[in-house]
Design a protein around this ligand. Sequence first.
Ligand SMILES: C[S@@+](CC[C@H](N)C(=O)[O-])C[C@H]1O[C@@H](n2cnc3c(N)ncnc32)[C@H](O)[C@@H]1O
Length: 288
Amino acid sequence: MPRAGRPTADLIHGTDSAARFLDAVGRLYVPGMGTEVVAPLLSQLIHLVRPKRVLEIGMGYTTPFLARALAQVTELVRAERQALAAKSRPYLDADSALDDTWLYTEPALLSPTYYRPQYQPRLVAIDDMSDPHTSAPQVSAVLAELGLNDQVTIVNAKLRDCANQLSADFLPIDFAWVDVWDCLYFFEHFLDLINPDGGLVVMHYLMTYPEGEAILEYIAESQQLRPGEFEVLSMLESQKLTQNSMTILRRTRAASPKLYADVGNRIRLDDKLRDDAAALISPSADEA
Ligand SMILES: C[S@@+](CC[C@H](N)C(=O)[O-])C[C@H]1O[C@@H](n2cnc3c(N)ncnc32)[C@H](O)[C@@H]1O
């Protein structure tokens, strides 16, 4: 069990299990796929945004990085919930208001509301196994070896056959990693399935090829036609000849209001925050 306080370091960077993980995923690594930097970056993005429903199109080396990040965040959320309840309990027992000491004591800065629902993320990974060089057929065995297959559903199908097949409880998608040529199809048929409150779509290698550049132009035109719908950022791995860019779309249509912040960076340490911290200590929250 991760220790209370700030439990992140071991879970994110790993200790002995990190070597075992790298050994196993190394067997899925295909140099021409160009995901050696992207895979750990995807993992860090999962840690940053903590999505619940993750879709991967185009399996291989990246799949266990996504699955492991979701498993790590699941453990982190559990440990943080317990630590947050433990540091709040003395305030609630003494009927005291929450204060700056509460806010900055480890686990610092955490929002009680975030920890009310259970965090049970899922990864749906789609691949039609059409590429003769892909390591996708080996992914399932590597996930099983690493104990990471619980939260993962592998779908052997074409992207184009999946838009209407995703179950209602997998929507909206919070995070999608698209590593196939069919990015235009994804943009046109899946964007509305992405969470309008900050859902991310990460697309591989659009900057390198004329076809990809045309897709980026199309996305830019769509952005002008649909103002406020999404943001776009592309990044280039400039040392590489190909398979060397990442484009991130972030949906912005329905951003949630801030629960505890006034204008600027000032946090309201008010009764609502205290009530939400108290709710974490209720028996049902302890079981979660
Ligand atoms: C570039 S590779 C993915 C590389 C992988 N992300 C990695 O890190 O090793 C693309 C994968 O998508 C699959 N694929 C290609 N086109 C597809 C499509 N239209 N629908 C589903 N899968 C597709 C291929 O079989 C291949 O496994």
